[in-house]
Design a binder for this molecule. Structure first.
Ligand SMILES: *Cc1c(COP(=O)(O)O)cnc(C)c1O
Length: 212
C-alpha cells in the first residue's frame, strides 16, 4: 500500500461512517517532506505536527513558497515556544493553560494572525498528556474566548488507553455542545472510525497514512 492508497482508504471510511464534513489532518511527524510530498501533490493541504521545532525545520521554507498548506499543532505546547508556533501553524489543537491562551493572543496579534484553536480535554487526568480537567472546561473556554479573544473553534481529546474510546468521544461531544463549539478533533489511526460515528469533524491520522 502506498501513502495515496492509505489516504484513499481513510477518505472512503469518512464517507461511510460520517455524515459531516470532516478534515483529515495527515499527521506527518517524523516523516520527511519527500514522503509527505506525495500527498501534497494530490492536493491534500492539512498536516499535523507535534513538535514546534521539528515543524519549523521541516516546513518553514516550504510554507514561504506555498501558502495553501494548513499546519496543525497537535502536541503539547510550551509557553516559550508560542512565539514560534504562531508563526507557522494555522491551527493549535492543544490549548490547555491560561498562560498559553494569554501568550497565543499576544503573539498572534503582533503578526496579525487568527489561529483556529481547540481546547484539549484530559479525561483520564493523565499527567503525561496535556489537556484541561473536564470540570474546569467551561470556565476556561470563556476565559479563552472572551478575555483573550482567541478563535476557539472546538474541543480535542486523546482518550485514556485501555478504555473504550467511544465513551470519551461522546463525552467530548456533550461538552462541546454545552459550550457552543462546533468542531471536534478526535480520532487517531486506531480509533478514528469510532470518532467518525460519534461526529468528529477533525481526525488526526498518522500511521495509517504514512506507516510507522
Ligand atoms: C501522533 C499523534 C496522532 C496520530 O497518531 P496515529 O496513531 O499515528 O494515527 C494523533 N494525535 C496526536 C495528538 C498525536 O500525537
Amino acid at each position: 500500500m502506498t501513502v495515496i492508497d492509505n489516504f484513499n482508504t481513510i477518505l472512503l471510511n469518512v464517507k461511510k461512517y460520517s455524515k459531516q464534513e470532516v478534515v483529515v489532518v495527515a499527521v506527518s511527524k517524523t516523516f520527511s517532506l519527500d514522503i509527505i510530498n506525495k500527498l501534497i501533490e494530490k492536493g491534500h493541504n492539512h498536516y499535523g505536527e507535534n513538535r514546534v521545532k521539528e515543524a519549523i525545520e521541516k516546513w518553514s521554507s516550504y510554507l514561504s513558497r506555498n501558502q495553501n498548506i494548513n499546519l496543525h499543532l497537535i502536541g503539547q505546547l510550551q509557553s516559550n515556544k508560542v512565539k514560534d508556533a504562531v508563526k507557522i501553524f494555522s491551527y493549535i489543537h492543544s490549548v490547555d493553560l491560561e498562560k498559553l491562551a494569554l501568550k497565543i493572543n499576544i503573539e498572534q496579534k503582533k503578526i496579525s494572525k487568527n489561529i483556529k484553536c481547540f481546547i484539549q480535554v484530559n479525561f483520564g487526568k493523565e499527567k503525561q498528556k496535556g489537556g484541561i480537567d473536564e470540570h474546569e472546561l467551561d470556565e476556561f473556554v470563556s476565559f479563552c474566548k472572551f478575555e483573550n479573544d482567541l478563535n476557539v473553534i472546538g474541543l480535542m481529546c486523546i482518550p485514556p488507553i485501555n478504555e473504550p474510546a467511544d465513551f470519551f468521544f461522546k463525552k467530548l461531544k456533550v461538552l462541546a455542545e454545552r459550550n457552543n463549539l462546533r468542531e471536534l478533533s478526535m480520532g487517531m489511526s486506531s480509533d478514528y472510525i469510532d470518532a467518525l460515528k460519534v461526529g468528529a469533524t477533525y481526525v488526526r491520522i498518522g500511521s495509517s497514512i504514512f506507516g510507522v
